[in-house]
Each structure stands twice: as structure tokens, then as C-alpha cells.
Design a protein around this ligand. Sequence first.
Ligand SMILES: [Zn+2]
Length: 260
Amino acid sequence: MVPILTYHSVGTLNPILDTPIEKFEQHLKSFAESGYKAITASRLVQLMKAKSTLPEKTFVLTFDDGYRTFHTEAWPLLKKYGFNATVFLITDFCGKDNQWVGQPASVPKAPLLTWSEVEELAKQGCEFGGHTLSHRPLSTLSGEKLVDELVQSKAKIMEVTGQDASIFAYPYGDTSGDAINAVRQHYDGAVSTDLGICGLNSDKYLLPRIDSYYLTQEWIDNLEKPWFPPYLGFRQALRRVKRVFQPDWQPDEYRDANKN
Ligand SMILES: [Zn+2]
């Protein structure tokens, strides 16, 4: 099984968005010392499609929204430990900041990667994937608007990076049947915000991840224990129940951070 980790920004500016640098480096150090290798999200999906056995001691690092701190803070540390990563970009917001429509007021303003930084990182082997044009929840869109969010953002990433941009991340982890079908038409796979570890039989369009917020040394030590994936499945089921009883809709990726 292959854990996919979710990060947003890495740094010390604000507690909601940022994984502190020390914590981030501790994660990388622990994985490196345990003998893990990092593969990109697209490589993982290729292996799943080929139905080959998933490699052991392998993980995927993903970064949602394309914060500028990826370039300044995260990438130098990733290189230090020899790990690659997949960064999901909101293409209408590259070079701007994270104040898109629907961003909770509690989330502080923070700059996003510029296209020239994206180009430079791509040349160094960093992978980029789609996270729409505007970060709208996909369940609120249909028809042409939905398709534009997927197709135009992918085309822009392909143009700048020369990569396939074959993997997608749902804004807020929000999906619908229509949204998943549309993503299926244009991408090889997609990551969700569901908690879990990816296996050969995981849904390629709803790949579970582990939010870095929860990732402790104990979790890293237990990743390969047979009881650990079922334990995460139990935690994910609890989250679903809580969501039913929580009337105020809030994006998954920020709700968890706000609550804890
Ligand atoms: Zn996002």
C-alpha cells in the first residue's frame, strides 16, 4: 500500500495553512530513515493501471493549491532528502494569492507560485496536476462550466510545464457523480480528501490521502502494520458521520484545520 500525504503551505506564517518547517522536515527525515522512496501521483496511477504490485516503502507527497512556500521552503528540503512531489495548481490564481471566492475569512492571505516558478520547478522534475481554474466546489457546477474548469486548467499546465498534467485534485475534496465522470474524461486519476492509504484496488478517481496535519511519528511507524489501513478506514467513517450532523458546510481541507 502507498500512503499519499497532503500538504498545503509549508512555513511558520499562520497555523491554519502552514505545516511548520520543523514538522515537515521531521516527516521527510522519518520517511528517509525508514527507507521510503517517493514517487509522483501519476507514477502511482500508472502502476495501479498496470495492475502491477505496488512497491513497498513507497509514498507520494502532494501539495494542494500551489503555495509559493512550496518553492521557497518545501522544494529545497525535498531535494535534500531526494524526494519528488506532485503540486496541484489553481491556474487562474498562479502568481496571485489564495483569496478565491469561497475562501473562509479565517484563512489568511498567502501568495501562490508564479508561472515562471512553476516552469523552473517542472524543469527540475517536480510534477504538476490540476486543481481547476478557480477552486469552486465541483458539485456546484455542471455542463460547460464544469468541463472548462477541468480542461482549461489542464491545458495551461501542459503548456507551461510540458507535462501531461494527468492527475487532478478536487477543490475542498468536494465531488458529485457528474464531477467524477467529467474528471474521468480528462485525467488518469484524482486524489480526494478522504483519509486512507492507497492500495491496488483503490478507486483511481478518489484516491485517499493522509493530511499532514494528522501525521505523527507514531503514524509513520505504523503505516505498514496490517491493522493501520482499517484503523484509518474507521477514522474516515467517523468523519463522515460527523459531517452529517454538522449543518454548516465547510470545505474539508479547512474544516479539519479550523477545528483542531
Ligand atoms: Zn485546494
